[in-house]
Every structure is written in C-alpha cells, then in structure tokens.
Design a protein around this ligand. Structure first.
Ligand SMILES: Cc1cc2nc3c(=O)[nH]c(=O)nc-3n(C[C@H](O)[C@H](O)[C@H](O)COP(=O)(O)OP(=O)(O)OC[C@H]3O[C@@H](n4cnc5c(N)ncnc54)[C@H](O)[C@@H]3O)c2cc1C
Length: 270
C-alpha cells in the first residue's frame, strides 16, 4: 500500500517545528519513521502533513546537566546504546536500547519517537518509568515538564498533545541503586513477549517495571526476598495482578523479573 497524499515540512528549528504543528491541524511530527511510515503505508495514519524533526539542531545531544542526564528526543536508539555518558550513568538504558529491533531500526529510530509512539512492548518507555525520568514537551505555548510515570496512558496513548514535540528527557544520576534488564522475544530483534527492569537499592528495597505484558509499563515497589523460592512466589503473586494479555504473559513476567533481579546483582540470570 501507499500512504495517502500529505504535505511535507522540514523546519530548521524547534520553534519553527511547533509553529508548523500549530498552524497545520492534522499534522504529525516524523523522526526516525520506523513506526510512523508503516502506519502511513497501511493507511492506519492519515496525517494532513508531516513535520520532519530531523534537521533541527540540538535535539540529538546527550549531556550531564547538574544532577541529571539530559538526552535529546532525536537521539537514535543505536546512539543511546553506544553513548559513553549513557553507559556511565544509565547502563540499563544503554542495554535496553541495544534490544530495540534490528540494527537498521536502531540506526533510524529515536528516543522521542519511541516514547511518543508508546508501544506497550517497547523497551524505552519502561526504562523511563523505572528511572523516574521527566519529559520536556515543547509547543508554541512554551515548555512543560511531564514525569514519565504520568505520561503513558495505555496502548499507544500518552499525555502528548498533537502540537507538542518531545524535545528531551532528563534522568536523575544513579545513586547506588543496581539495575537489571531482561526480556523474552521469539527471535532476536522481535518485539518482546515480556520484559522487566529490576531496581535494587542498598537498603534492600526495590522495584520491578514490566513491559510487553499489558497495555504499558507497569511498576511495582517491593522488598525482594533473598530466598529463591520465596522470591518465585513473590514474582508469581505480583504477575497475577498484572493486566496481562494472557496467562502465558503472566508466566513470562515472573521469569523475566527473576532474570532481571539476578542481573541487578551481577549474576547472569538465565
Ligand atoms: C521491524 C521493526 C521492529 C521493531 N522492534 C522494536 C522493538 O523491539 N522495540 C521497540 O521499542 N521498538 C521497535 N520498533 C519501533 C522502533 O523502535 C521505532 O523507532 C520507534 O517506535 C519510533 O521511533 P521513530 O523515531 O522511528 O518514530 P516515528 O516513526 O518517526 O514516529 C512515531 C510516532 O511518534 C511521533 N513522534 C516522533 N518523534 C516525536 C517527537 N520527538 N515528539 C513528538 N512526537 C514524536 C510521530 O508523530 C509518530 O506518531 C520496531 C520497528 C520495526 C519496523
């Protein structure tokens, strides 16, 4: 299939981009095109116009600002996976980015695009929720900050308004917490069937954030049991409460949680 006809704009600044989105109702930003182009081709999305973010300077930068790691919305998944600052401060994010699709997809797809698209099986929204990131949303009216934990509403639904651009995300610099990541997919590069990010704090408390199990990232605080049998029961009890697609996903949720937990301790998991 081919997309329906649309106008195409290539702004040179963020201010110009948000002005275009405001002036052209029914328009959509396009970044890596790895989710939007298939939707256009299947005519599941029929925007009047596309506003291409790729020429906007400054949106692809990664930097430490005070006590936060700031990542531009146009940073590609592969850049996230390889960037020294991400590897140093948020290795679990670098690892998760390396699990997104295949190299060709990671080479084009962007952080902002993944978060705006909000696929429940996507890795990066879940890391943002786990990490308590804050998103910077820019429109012609100005800038608003939205915590990741308030941004995702459900399947492909977010707090993002049609005339807003997700310009950057900010993550707190890590503080002695250890992290583990695990996912199960049918083949390398496929979307996950279930995934988990486990966080263990020095005081013994922790949290698990699941993705690909239900309609979006789901985070639960808990004190993880040291005993493996008790822990297995803990994961199963928690997984039973998830708004999962089916029992198979609940089973996988318990499996990936345990693997992510063991990895957070530096053990290999399964
Ligand atoms: C075969 C295949 C396998 C894949 N596997 C995975 C996977 O395993 N895990 C995974 O997470 N993803 C996967 N993806 C999706 C991929 O990660 C996409 O890159 C990502 O979902 C969207 O990023 P993008 O930059 O390509 O966005 P686009 O496709 O350009 O846009 C997606 C949506 O986000 C909006 N948008 C884009 N950027 C912004 C912005 N900065 N501000 C506001 N709105 C914006 C667009 O308007 C559109 O609605 C896969 C894709 C394919 C084709």
């Amino acid at each position: 299939m081919k997309p329906v006809a649309f106008a195409y704009y290539r702004p040179q600044s963020l201010a110009e981009a948000v002005r275009m989105l405001r002036e052209h109702p029914g328009s959509k930003p396009i970044a890596g095109g790895q989710s939007l182009i298939p939707l256009l081709n299947f005519r599941m999305a029929r925007p009047e116009a596309l506003v291409d973010l790729n020429r906007i300077p400054g949106l692809d930068e990664v930097e430490v600002r005070g006590q936060r790691l700031r990542i531009g919305g146009l940073v590609r998944h592969q850049q996230l996976h390889e960037h020294p600052l991400v590897r140093q401060h948020w290795p679990v994010l670098a690892q998760a980015a390396g699990e997104v699709g295949h190299w060709a997809i990671r080479n084009r797809g962007t952080l902002g695009g993944s978060l705006a698209h909000a696929d429940p099986a996507a890795e990066l929204p879940a890391v943002m929720v786990a990490a308590d990131a804050v998103f910077e949303l820019v429109s012609a009216d100005g800038v608003r900050q939205v915590p990741a934990r308030e941004f995702f509403y459900g399947y492909l639904m977010t707090a993002l308004q049609p005339d807003e651009v997700l310009a950057a995300v900010e993550l707190p610099l890590a503080s002695g917490t250890s992290w583990g990541f695990a996912e199960v997919a049918r083949r390398p590069g496929d979307f996950a069937l279930a995934g988990a990010i486990c966080e263990c704090r020095p005081d013994g408390t922790g949290a698990v954030t699941w993705f690909a199990v239900g309609g979006g990232p789901e985070r639960h605080e808990l004190v993880v049991a040291a005993d493996a049998n008790e822990r297995a029961a803990q994961w199963q009890d928690l997984a039973a409460t998830l708004d999962a697609q089916d029992d198979y996903r609940r089973h996988l949720a318990a499996v990936v949680a345990e693997t992510a937990y063991l990895r957070s301790l530096g053990r290999d998991g399964q």
